[in-house]
Design a protein. Structure first.
Lengths: 371, 315
C-alpha cells in the first residue's frame, strides 16, 4: 500500500467522479426532499407554511424526528432495531417529572439521573440481544410494553394522575434545563420583528414581541447530533466497526471487530437520543404525560429508511436519515397547511412514504448495480 | 357548486381535495377545530358532524385537526401550525394546560379568537385568553353520576378507563367515586383502546371481584365492549351500568335495560355553538356573556327515540 504512490492499482475498477458522487445512500433522500418542498411550495405556498411561524413549526417537528432518527440510523446500520424508542420517550419524560416535581429534586439532578437510567436500559436491551441472540425486534418490543406500562403505573401510584405538570416552575433558574428547553438568537428575532421582517404579537402581555422569539434548543440538538454522528460514522475507525457489525457480524468478528460491544453501544446511543427528545419536550411543555412518544419508534425507523438505510443493516447514512426526518416532518405538517381533509392525512403520508422509499431503492439499484 | 365540490371531495385525490379546501376558504371566515382525540375514538364523529353543519349553516369554512395517536405534545404543534396558517378563529380542547396553554396563548396574542371546548375548565380558558368555554365540567359530571348511583344503592364500582393518559378521564372516575362516597383505589382499570382487550379485562376484573355493584364506562370505546362482556357473563341487566357519552350501541343497551343511564355532554353543541358564536362575533361583534355548559344531561329509557335516531351522528 505504501509504495503505490501515483501508480494506479489495476485490481481496482475505475469509477468516474460523477458516479462516485452519486453512489451515496442519501441520494434518494436528497431527491425526495427537493420533490417534497417543490410540492408544498406549489400547493401550500400561500398558506402560512413558509412564513416564520410556519417554518419554525415544521422545522421543530422535523428536528424531533431527526433526534430519534439519528439514533435509530446508527443502530440500524449496526444491524439492529429498537422498538422501545417511543416508550423510552414517555418513560424518560415521566422520570424527570417524578424526580423533579414529586420528589422535589433539582431539575439538573433529575435530568442527569434520567439520562443515566435511560442509557442503562439501552445497555440492558443491547446485552439481552447479544447474549441471547434473539432478534432485537422481539427484545425491544418487550421493552416497548414494559416501559410504557411503568410510565402509566408510577404516576398513577404516586400522584393518582397520568400527567405530571409543574416542571416549568421547578426548572426556573436551573442551569441545565435551558440547554434542552431554551431558545437561542432571541435578540436577532426581536431585531427582525422591529424591522417588520417577521410579524409581532398584536395584543396581550407580549404585544410588540416577534411571533418567533428564537430557535429552540431542540433544533440545535438535532443538528449537533447529526453532525457528530455523521463524523463518527464516516471518519472514524469506530464508524467502520458499526458498518462491519451490521454488514456481516461473523466476518467482522473474524477480523477482530468487537461486534457485541459496538451493538450494545449503539443501543445505548439510541436510548440517549430518545432521552434528549424527552428532555427537550418535558422542559418545553412543562409537563410529562403517559401518552408521550406513542408510535415514535416507527416514525424514527421510517425516517431512516426514507434516508436510504437498509433494514438488514450495514448500509445507510446519518445525513440521509436526517433528510428522511425532514421529509417526514415537512409532509406531516405540510398536509395540514395544504388543507387536506384530516382523515385522509394517513393516506397521503403512506403514499408519499411508499413513493419515497421506492424511488430511493430504485435509484440505488440503478447506480450501484446491485440486484 | 356545492354538489360539484362534494363530488370532488369524494373523489379524494390529493390535488382535488386541496383545491376544494382552498376554494372554500375564499367564501368567508375560516375556523379550525383542534381536538386531542386519537383517530380511533369514534365519539368525535359527532363533533365533526356538528362542526360541518355549523360551517354549512353559517357559510364559513371549517377544518378539523387532531393528533393521530392522541399525543398531546403533537397536538401543541398542531395548534402552533393552525395559528401559523392565520385562521379567523381556533376552537380547541384544553386537555393538558401545561402543554397547550403556551401555543394557545400565542395564537390569542397574534390576534386569533379562541374558544375552548370539551376539556379543561372555565378558569383555564379565561387564563389562556379564550373568548369562552363550551363543555361539561368533568369532575362535576362524575360527581352527579356518583350521587345518582348512590341513591340507587351502589357502593362499589368498576371504572373502565379507555384513555387513561387523559386527566379528564381520571377525573370522571374520581368524581364518581367521591359522589358515591368511596375511595377510587383499584376500582379504575386501564382498559386500552382495543375492543377485545377491553372486553376481556372487564370480564377478568368482574370475575376477580364478583361483589362489584356497578360498572362505569367513559364512552362508546369502552362501553360497547363492556356491554358484550356483561352479555357473555350473564350480568347484563343485573349489574348497575352507567356510562358517559352516547353511541348507537349504548342507546340500544339503554332501551334493553342493560344500561341505566348515559351521561350526554352533547358534543354536537361543543362544535356547533363555537362556530355560531365566532361567526356572529366576527360579523356583528356580539358575544354571549358567559360560558356555555353543554352538559351533563342524563339519558334514560324514557324519551329515547329522538336520541336513538341520531345517536353517533348528532347525539
Amino acid at each position: 500500500m505504501s509504495n503505490t504512490g501515483a501508480t494506479v492499482d489495476e485490481r481496482i475498477k475505475e469509477t468516474s467522479k460523477l458516479r462516485k458522487a452519486l453512489i451515496r445512500p442519501e441520494l434518494g433522500a436528497i431527491v425526495g426532499t427537493v420533490a417534497v418542498f417543490a410540492f408544498f411550495i406549489v400547493f401550500a405556498g400561500d398558506s402560512g407554511m413558509f412564513n416564520p411561524q410556519g417554518v419554525l413549526n415544521w422545522s421543530t417537528v422535523s428536528a424531533q424526528f431527526m433526534i430519534i432518527a439519528v439514533g435509530a440510523c446508527m443502530l440500524m446500520i449496526a444491524g439492529e432495531f429498537d422498538l422501545s424508542v417511543g416508550s423510552m420517550i414517555g418513560f424518560a419524560g415521566m422520570s424527570i417529572a417524578i424526580m423533579s416535581v414529586t420528589l422535589g429534586w433539582p431539575v439538573w439532578v433529575a435530568i442527569l439521573l434520567t439520562f443515566a437510567l435511560c442509557i442503562a436500559i439501552g445497555a440492558l436491551n443491547g446485552i439481552i440481544v447479544v447474549r441471547t441472540g434473539l432478534p432485537s425486534f422481539i427484545v425491544t418490543l418487550a421493552f416497548l410494553f414494559i416501559l410504557r406500562g411503568f410510565t402509566i403505573f408510577f404516576p398513577q401510584l404516586i400522584e393518582r394522575r397520568t400527567i405530571i405538570g409543574g416542571i416549568s416552575e421547578a426548572a426556573a433558574g436551573d442551569w441545565l434545563a435551558p440547554l434542552f428547553g431554551g431558545k437561542v438568537g432571541g435578540a436577532f428575532f426581536v431585531w427582525l420583528g422591529d424591522l417588520g421582517v417577521i410579524e409581532v404579537f398584536s395584543r396581550g402581555t407580549r404585544a410588540g414581541q416577534p411571533v418567533v422569539d428564537g430557535i429552540p434548543m431542540l433544533i440545535i440538538w438535532a443538528l449537533g447530533l447529526v453532525i457528530v454522528a455523521h463524523i463518527i460514522l464516516t471518519r472514524t475507525q469506530f464508524g467502520n466497526w458499526i458498518f462491519a457489525a451490521g454488514g456481516d457480524a461473523q466476518a467482522a468478528r473474524y477480523v477482530g471487530v468487537p461486534v457485541n460491544r459496538v451493538k450494545i453501544q449503539m443501543f445505548m446511543f439510541t436510548a440517549f437520543c430518545a432521552c434528549v427528545f424527552a428532555t427537550c419536550q418535558v422542559i418545553e411543555f412543562g409537563s410529562a404525560g403517559a401518552d408521550r412518544g406513542l408510535l415514535k419508534e416507527f416514525e424514527a425507523i421510517i425516517a431512516v429508511v426514507i434516508g436510504g438505510a437498509l433494514l438488514t443493516g450495514g448500509y445507510g447514512s446519518v445525513v440521509g436519515a436526517a433528510l428522511g426526518a425532514l421529509i417526514f416532518g415537512v409532509v406531516q405538517q405540510g398536509l395540514f397547511f395544504a388543507g387536506v381533509e384530516s382523515s385522509l392525512f394517513r393516506v397521503f403520508l403512506g403514499v408519499i412514504l411508499l413513493f419515497a422509499v421506492i424511488l430511493n431503492t430504485y435509484i440505488r439499484r440503478i447506480i450501484t448495480g446491485e440486484r | 357548486m356545492k354538489k360539484v365540490m362534494k363530488t370532488l371531495t369524494v373523489a379524494a385525490v390529493a390535488a382535488t381535495a386541496m383545491v376544494s379546501a382552498n376554494a372554500a376558504m375564499a367564501e368567508g371566515e375560516r375556523y379550525i377545530l383542534v381536538s386531542h382525540a386519537p383517530d380511533s375514538d369514534s365519539w368525535w364523529n359527532t363533533i365533526k358532524n356538528g362542526l360541518a353543519l355549523g360551517g354549512e349553516q353559517m357559510g364559513v369554512s371549517v377544518e378539523y385537526r387532531n393528533p393521530p395517536t392522541g399525543d398531546l405534545a403533537d397536538m401543541a404543534r398542531i395548534i402552533e401550525q393552525a395559528a401559523a396558517s392565520a385562521p379567523d378563529g381556533i376552537i380547541t380542547t384544553l386537555a393538558d394546560f401545561d402543554v397547550l396553554s403556551g401555543p394557545i396563548r400565542n395564537a390569542v396574542d397574534s390576534g386569533i379568537e379562541v374558544i375552548i371546548i370539551n376539556s379543561g375548565t372555565p378558569e383555564q380558558a379565561r387564563e389562556v385568553g379564550a373568548l369562552m368555554y363550551v363543555g361539561q365540567p368533568e369532575y362535576d359530571a362524575g360527581f352527579a353520576a356518583g350521587q345518582r348511583a348512590a341513591g340507587d344503592g351502589v357502593s362499589s364500582f368498576l371504572c373502565v378507563n379507555h384513555y387513561i393518559a387523559q386527566p379528564a378521564s381520571t377525573e370522571r372516575c374520581q368524581g364518581f367515586a367521591d359522589g358515591l362516597g368511596v375511595e377510587l383505589g383499584n376500582q379504575m382499570i386501564d382498559s386500552g383502546q382495543d375492543p377485545s382487550e377491553i372486553q376481556n379485562r372487564v370480564m377478568a376484573y368482574l370475575n376477580a371481584n364478583p361483589d362489584t355493584d356497578a360498572v362505569l364506562t367513559l364512552g362508546p370505546t369502552s362501553a360497547d365492549p363492556t356491554i358484550m362482556a356483561l352479555d357473555q357473563m350473564g350480568l347484563a341487566g343485573d349489574i348497575y351500568f352507567g356510562t358517559f357519552d352516547l353511541g348507537g350501541d349504548i342507546v340500544q343497551a339503554i332501551r334493553d335495560g342493560v344500561i341505566e343511564w348515559g351521561i350526554d355532554q352533547q358534543p354536537f353543541l361543543q362544535a356547533y355553538l363555537p362556530v355560531v358564536v365566532l361567526t356572529n362575533y366576527h360579523r356583528f361583534g356580539v358575544l354571549p356573556g358567559n360560558n356555555i355548559n353543554s352538559g351533563p344531561g342524563f339519558v334514560t329509557a324514557d324519551a329515547l327515540d329522538l336520541v336513538a335516531d341520531l345517536a353517533g351522528e348528532y347525539r
